[in-house]
Design a protein around this ligand. Structure first.
Ligand code: MG
Length: 452
């Protein structure tokens, strides 16, 4: 049954029937090996990251699972459990190429909503397909097309439900080659036996926090209120999870932001490029802070300079999605160097009358699960991105506290001349090595350099 919170935020609406089809390829890497090597079909196969008896399998075919072999089983142990096992070294390029072929085939039947990983994706059903009978017919048609047009070795489990989260949980129910319909009326009973850590969005950390809040099984999770979920998760992700679990959709979110930016007309003092650059950097830091507030990541930066006496200079850069102000500042500096070159060609006659910076290509973390090239992204670089994002969020919080104090004092009619924002040392004219591990912060004495 759908449970209704008192006032769901605008962006959520009750989903209309079985809106999503979630497709999860079974033992994907092993299946690609069976597809490419027909002799391996129907046989126990494991895929390993390197040629070693001590490495763990990164995939095991269903025929291997029968022997108790699974992801993580050491090659040496797998040979003991099943002397007949075929051990195949991983071919990541091939798995990516095959992924594209499979996605193309499915897209002939349904529009994709989100590609979650190399072997998982969600698709939207049309209005006429959202009842169980037509939804199941569409799912069967996709399974037939995959078998006939790509190959019978590449089987998938399909889930049909009101939201992408529920459709994924439905797909998890039957493996391999499953086809499961999960309706809201079946909940929470139908998933009562599901371990919490099997649910996407419930990692070990969240599971521990849930346990501390007394939530140890699916039914108790189901019975939470959205606000409580938000508190347990420690972010808006908890609320989003709650709505997804209870059949509320956000897919047609009308207010989806596509860019965040700031603009400033410059006074005469700030017309010279080195002064205008400080303003551009401050505008960018402000935009980055708002980006993090919305829990979004940006994939590009645009800069537009209004020139005096006339004209405009514009530049645009793209980068891997990030929340990291250092990355954004580095991109700005590269563009600024281009501008200085342009200006030199102009004999330095122009002055800067206005600055606009925009972060664009905005995405939420769940939209970024699989950008091409990130499939096998280095964990180290992700970790350092994560660390930096946390660092910047800490800075955002400190600055917000300062703002709140300032507003309180001003509101009480007291003067508060000493509001200080935390910024980069380079904002006060010092140089900063962006790429180095050393991150320099300083209280910036000159408030005027910061724009609110
Ligand atoms: Mg899979």
């Amino acid at each position: 049954m759908r449970s209704t919170p008192e006032t769901p935020p605008d962006i959520y609406h009750p989903a209309d029937g079985l809106s999503y089809l979630f497709l999860d390829f079974n033992a994907y890497f092993a299946s690609v090996e069976q597809h490419d090597h027909p002799k391996l079909r129907g046989r126990p196969v494991i895929v390993t990251p390197l040629k070693s008896e001590y490495t763990g399998a990164i995939a095991a075919s269903y025929e291997a699972k029968v022997f108790g072999i699974k992801r993580g089983t050491k090659v040496r142990d797998a040979r003991v459990l099943c002397p007949d096992i075929a051990v195949m070294p991983a071919r990541h390029d091939r798995y990516v190429a095959m992924h594209k072929i499979l996605m193309q085939e499915i897209e002939r039947h349904l529009p994709p909503v989100k590609i979650y990983s190399i072997d998982e994706a969600a698709y939207r059903l049309s209005r006429s397909e959202r009842k169980p009978a037509p939804a199941i017919e569409t799912a069967r048609r996709i399974k037939r097309a995959l078998a006939d047009n790509v190959g019978p070795a590449l089987r998938a489990s399909i889930g049909l439900a009101a939201t992408t989260l529920l459709a994924k949980l439905a797909a998890e129910r039957v493996k391999p080659d499953g086809l499961t319909v999960l309706e809201l009326d079946d909940l929470p009973g139908r998933l009562a036996d599901m371990p919490l850590t099997d649910i996407p969005g419930v990692g070990a950390g969240v599971a521990a926090r849930l346990a501390r809040a007394g939530v140890t099984d699916f039914t108790e999770l189901w019975n939470l209120q959205p606000k409580h979920a938000r508190a347990i998760w420690g972010s808006v992700m908890g609320e989003r999870f709650w709505y997804g679990l209870h059949g509320y959709d956000t897919a047609d979110e009308p207010t989806k932001k596509s860019m965040i930016g700031h603009s400033r007309v410059l006074t005469k003092d700030h017309e010279p490029p080195d002064r205008a650059r400080i303003v551009a950097r401050a505008l960018l830091l402000k935009a980055a802070s708002r980006l993090r507030h919305y829990e979004m990541h940006a994939g590009g930066l645009s800069v537009s300079l209004r020139l005096r006496p006339e004209g405009r200079w514009e530049a645009r850069r793209r980068f891997i999605h990030s929340q990291d102000s250092f990355r954004f500042l580095k991109s700005l500096d590269e563009m600024w160097a281009d501008y200085l070159e342009y200006r030199q060609a102009d004999n330095g006659a122009t002055r800067i009358g206005g600055v606009t910076v925009y972060l664009h290509g905005l995405a939420k973390p769940e939209d970024m699960a699989m950008q091409q090239g990130d499939l096998f992204a280095s964990a180290a670089s992700e970790q350092s991105n994560d660390k930096r994002a946390r660092l910047w969020r800490a800075v955002d919080r400190m600055n917000a506290d300062q703002d709140a104090k300032f507003r309180k004092l001003s509101g009480a009619g007291l003067s508060a001349p000493h509001r200080k924002q935390i910024g980069l040392a380079s904002q006060s004219g010092l140089d900063l090595n962006y790429l180095g591990a050393k991150i320099a912060f300083a209280r910036v004495p000159d408030e005027a350099e910061f724009l609110y």
